[in-house]
Design a protein around this ligand. Structure first.
Ligand code: NAP
Ligand code: MG
Length: 497
């Protein structure tokens, strides 16, 4: 029998045991068809290891495990006990922060400093939702003297969750937090590019004492395992983060199967607007962070930068200096801000967008080329003189590439900001409080940042207007994605007729 663990090394942890199996019923197992696939290190382009691949048959096995746990042991657990398991998991995540962050850097290519921040946010998110577990309440409604009505909140059941590769652990936490707190069971499919950190975390799920089958984590491909999960007749809800194209496919699969509940967190092309009354130095810092954080691989990345015309030249010059100073390189170097893109495919896609910007006549202010000669590194890139009809201004690039354009009036800034099919996030920089509120109100986006960027928090709902998604993650609002509402009417009197 093939092994479901392998010894790996990271510069931070030294040697450690990496699980490679499918995590079903609290055990690591091989897939039914015994398939495996290779996991690539984006920094070196070398194979890290192979992991077991879930096919449709394994999705059936995992869903059956989640169903059994939902109908059995998980139903017997009190909300207070649920909270206890989740608090324990948060504590174990913190205790294992170094190894989780190192595996994230190894597999995804993000800098170790950012990865540690991610893992801290994972623990905080799970802890936040643990606090909700015993605070899910229904209500009573007085309708008639001979009736008793109450409204009860219940878990939906078995939840399929499909996550992307840009924040492998954090996307997992955003999804399992509200689902577990409300008493559901889960089959989670990680992204094919980054399966490793979730498997390390799976060990902690068992250690925290969760009953077998409550949280199952499978590695596999979207077209097979992901599609099977979204079309499954015994999955009650599907939650997805990723591209808009796949989001549509998941909604269709849900509609064509059992009409499972769907929440989607999709792409974006977020505007970042700099007014002439902003603190320019600070604005540049936030604009830089808004686009280059996580190598531009953020659904909410501030990719369309609109600068008021009278400060435009000054802004572009200073922003060029700032972007060029970002340290690109080895994710395990503590000063690194930007590591490699996640995969050859993403690298090629981004270089294709850079090529299209050049061909369309936009000006490359900085970057525009590969960085180094090994790994999927791309220079931080700024395009200026970008018009609204260019592909680089319209489509999600998901890399360290931004487009700058000028505006003259506030009205024009709002119009440009909303000139997109997306509506995930937006930002503006101004020292005028009236303008800050006016423009925030006018921007059609699920999150608006004023004089900052990427300030996400587990207490605040996050999600998209328009084609950026359906529903909200995080905050109290995310709990509703995982709850059914039941109205119970009890007749106290005799027969009506
Ligand atoms: P993707 O295909 O949407 O991948 C996201 C997740 O969905 C992965 O787990 C993926 O599995 C799975 N998936 C793919 N096809 C599926 C299907 N037919 N049914 C069910 N699940 C499916 O994204 P990508 O191809 O990795 O990246 C493409 C673009 O998507 C990026 O350039 C970026 O624009 C956008 N994106 C957005 C986010 C976000 O946070 N909103 C995150 C990642 C990517 P596999 O890993 O096997 O593909
Ligand atoms: Mg894909």
């Amino acid at each position: 029998m093939a092994s479901v663990f392998t010894e790996l090394k990271t510069p931070v942890t030294g040697a450690y045991q990496q699980p490679t199996g499918l995590f079903i019923n609290n055990e690591f197992v091989e897939g039914v068809d015994k398939k495996t696939f290779e996991v690539i290190n984006p920094t070196t382009e070398e194979v890290i290891c192979s992991v077991h691949e879930a096919t449709e048959k394994d999705v059936d096995v995992a869903v059956a495990a989640a169903r059994k746990a939902f109908e059995g042991p998980w139903k017997q657990v009190t909300p207070g006990q649920r909270a206890g398991y989740m608090f324990k998991l948060a504590e174990l995540v913190e205790k294992n922060l170094e190894v989780l962050a190192a595996v994230e850097s190894l597999d995804n290519g993000k800098s170790i400093t950012l990865a540690k921040g991610d893992v801290g946010a994972v623990a905080a998110c799970i802890r936040y939702y643990a606090g909700w577990a015993d605070k899910i309440e229904g209500s009573t409604v007085d309708i008639a003297p001979d009736m008793f009505h109450y409204i009860k909140k219940e878990p939906i059941g078995v939840c399929g969750q499909i996550i992307p590769w840009n924040f492998p652990l954090l996307m997992l936490a955003w999804k399992i937090g509200p689902a577990l707190a409300t008493g559901n069971t889960i089959v989670m499919k990680t992204a094919e590019q980054t399966p490793l950190s979730a498997l390390v975390l799976a060990q902690l799920v068992k250690e925290a004492g969760f009953p077998p089958g409550v949280l199952n984590i499978i590695s596999g491909f979207g077209k097979t395992a992901g599609a099977a999960l979204s079309a499954h007749m015994d999955v009650d809800k599907i939650a997805f983060t990723g591209s808009t194209v796949v989001g549509r496919a998941i909604m269709k699969a849900a509609a064509a199967s059992n009409l499972k509940k769907v929440t989607l967190e999709l792409g974006g092309k977020s505007p970042n607007i700099v007014f002439n009354d902003a603190d320019i130095e600070q604005a540049i810092s936030w604009v830089n962070f808004g686009i280059y954080y996580n190598h531009g691989q953020c659904c909410c990345a501030g990719t369309r930068i609109y600068v008021q015309e009278d400060i435009y030249d000054k802004f572009v010059e200073a922003f060029k200096k700032r972007a060029t100073a970002n340290k690109v390189g080895d994710p395990f170097h503590h000063e690194t801000f930007q590591g490699p893109q996640v995969s050859q495919l993403q690298y090629d896609r981004i270089m294709g967008y850079i090529q299209s910007g050049k061909e369309d006549g936009a000006t490359v202010e900085v970057g525009g080329e590969r960085h180094g000669d090994k790994g999927y590194f791309i220079q931080p890139t700024i395009f200026s003189n970008v018009t609204s009809d260019m592909k680089i201004m319209k489509e999600e690039i998901f890399g360290p590439v931004c487009a700058i354009a000028k505006f003259s009036t506030e009205e024009e800034a709002i119009k440009l900001g909303n000139e997109t099919m997306y509506g995930l996030a937006a930002a503006l920089h101004t020292n005028d409080v009236n303008r800050a509120i006016r423009v925030s109100n006018a921007l059609r986006a699920g999150t608006v940042w004023v004089n900052c960027y990427n300030m996400l928090h587990h207490q605040l709902p996050f999600g998209g207007y328009k084609a950026s998604g359906i529903g909200r993650e995080l905050g109290r609002e995310a709990l509703n994605n995982y709850l059914e509402t039941k109205s119970v009417a009890i007749r106290l009197g005799g027969a009506l007729f």
